[in-house]
Design a protein around this ligand. Structure first.
Ligand SMILES: Nc1ncnc2c1ncn2[C@@H]1O[C@H](COP(=O)(O)OP(=O)(O)OP(=O)(O)O)[C@@H](O)[C@H]1O
Length: 321
């Protein structure tokens, strides 16, 4: 059996009358990336804060173990095992990147020699050597995030909590950060990642859990989650209301949008199914102005599980004219 880096059973947390977490179970295998997804206010940050000992879980929570240590009885041991980079950066803008790192090494009680070695190694690894002697306040958003993560790694954590690590980064910086995260996991580190970007979870995570209304609504690999929901469809759009009406009569099982003159037909997007749809349109002598094929993605899963609707205006994956 794989060892679990994080195991929580019946995790609960309330603020006054407001129940934020209502019995959350988590099992994260060592050396994997686990992503917690959820809409704003779902309780993702609260979960990270509890698992990283920053706040305490509700009194009726079950067993919570991080790095094999019991969170309730041995929080110090948990703290020695983990690193956290959150939405509030630990970077001090007034001092240089290198000084920030050395300060961290001091906090971890590394000897001056070891502190300098670790700092040099991490600055190199995170492509911050050129900027090392400049005040951190002059760094770009991507550089600050890299420095923040590098500082987290000074203590050599085996489990890292990344709370929305790429929010606000441009695509190149985001891809850099993804590579850094993959490299960490290749070294055996476990990553617990919260993100608002479904693409990020799809790209990185071995397993994904969707948190909504204080509970895990679904958990699995990205592929498993995508299989949970139907969502594949063909969308036909018409400029001419008469053509729209004729097409609607010619096709079965359509969802109509009379305002947008758009028809949505459930379909797996295969050539065979497209052929049938086009054959019916031909037989009715009607032509769609746009035809798009939509296959379910993590957005659809997210919307389906968190109560939103994956609407008819969803972005197409492929367009055939
Ligand atoms: N200290 C607190 N006191 C009262 N309510 C709180 C406190 N911290 C969080 N909450 C509430 O708990 C809920 C969950 O918050 P949390 O920050 O964990 O959500 P989140 O999923 O991380 O959201 P986001 O994506 O917006 O960061 C929210 O409704 C929030 O208002």
């Amino acid at each position: 059996m794989t060892n679990l880096a994080i195991a929580a059973h019946g995790l609960r947390k309330s603020y006054g009358d407001k129940v934020v977490l209502d019995g959350v179970d988590l099992a994260v295998a060592e050396g994997t990336i686990f992503s917690l997804l959820g809409p704003n206010g779902a309780g993702k940050t609260t979960t990270v804060q509890i698992l990283s000992t920053l706040i305490s879980a509700g009194p009726t929570s079950g067993d919570i173990r991080v790095g094999g240590h019991d969170l309730a009885t041995d929080p110090q041991a948990v703290r020695r095992t983990i690193g956290v980079t959150g939405q509030f950066s630990a970077v001090d803008g007034l001092i240089t990147g290198e000084e920030n790192m050395l300060l961290m090494a001091d906090l971890y009680h590394l000897s001056p020699g070891a502190g300098r070695r670790v700092t040099a190694d991490l600055l190199e690894r995170f492509d911050l050597v050129d900027a090392a002697k400049k005040p951190a306040s002059t760094y770009s958003g991507g550089m600050k995030r890299r420095l923040d993560l590098a500082m987290t790694l000074v203590g050599g954590p085996r489990i890292i909590f990344l709370d929305e690590p790429t929010t606000g980064l441009d695509p190149r910086s985001r891809h850099n950060m993804w590579q850094i995260i993959r490299d960490l996991v290749a070294d055996g580190v476990t990553v617990f990642l919260t993100t608002q970007y479904l693409e990020e979870a799809d790209e990185l995570a071995d397993r994904i859990a969707v948190l909504t209304d204080g509970r895990i609504a679904a958990e699995g690999t990205a592929e498993e989650l995508k299989r949970l929901i139907p969502g594949g469809h063909v969308r036909l759009r018409f400029d001419d209301p008469a053509a729209y009406a004729r097409a609607s009569g010619a096709l079965r099982e359509t969802v109509r949008d009379d305002q947008a003159l758009t028809l949505r037909i459930p379909s797996d997007g295969t050539q065979r199914e497209l052929h049938v749809i086009l054959g019916r349109l031909d037989a009715a002598s009607v032509h769609a102005d746009t035809l798009t094929v939509h296959t379910p993605d993590l957005d659809d899963v997210f919307f389906a599980l968190t109560g939103g609707a994956a609407g008819i205006t969803d972005k197409p994956k492929e367009t055939v004219r």
